[in-house]
Write a protein that binds this ligand. Structure first.
Ligand code: ATP
Length: 136
């Protein structure tokens, strides 16, 4: 059985959408293996977002991710990596398809960072790396 890391990012937690997001994940049939409220320090976020270091949105992204707690979820299921990314929708909430988490709940605040409610690992390698960072 495959596992992935899902984060309900600070905008999702602050807007009270954690339950609605978990409900979609559970309704889809994925198993919650571990769920934690986390306030990540900069070091953890630098590891998580290493691939984006140096991009224009990198510093604002790290600041945003420290603006409040996130919910970290270890999620299991057949093809859950691909499946959760499909549930989440594409990165930009304005164009994410209706029916997806970002498409239904995501708002474009016109800020330097796409506040897009959730994160999901994008490959088995990323999932293993990110689960280690968030769950050890
Ligand atoms: P995630 O990895 O968080 O599931 P993603 O794979 O859709 O999202 P990435 O390209 O990995 O997106 O970017 C990580 C995060 O960085 C995005 O979720 C978003 O918050 C932010 N981001 C990405 N691209 C941009 C951009 N062009 N402008 C502003 N913020 C961005």
């Amino acid at each position: 059985i495959e596992e992935t890391l899902v984060l309900v990012k600070p905008d999702g937690v602050a807007r009270g959408l954690t339950g609605a997001i978990l409900a979609r994940i559970e309704a889809k049939g994925y198993a919650l293996v571990d769920v934690r409220l986390v306030e990540p320090d900069r070091e953890r976020l630098e590891k998580h977002y290493a691939e984006h270091a140096g991009k224009p949105f990198y510093e604002p992204l790290l600041e945003f991710m420290q603006s409040g707690p996130s919910v970290a979820i270890r999620l299991a299921g057949n093809r859950v990596i691909e499946g959760f990314r499909s549930l989440a929708g594409t990165t930009d909430p304005t164009t994410a398809a209706p029916g997806t988490i970002r498409g239904d709940f995501g708002r474009d605040w016109g800020l330097a960072v796409q506040q897009n409610l959730v994160h999901g690992s994008d490959s088995p390698e990323s999932a293993a790396r990110e689960l280690e960072i968030w769950f050890g």
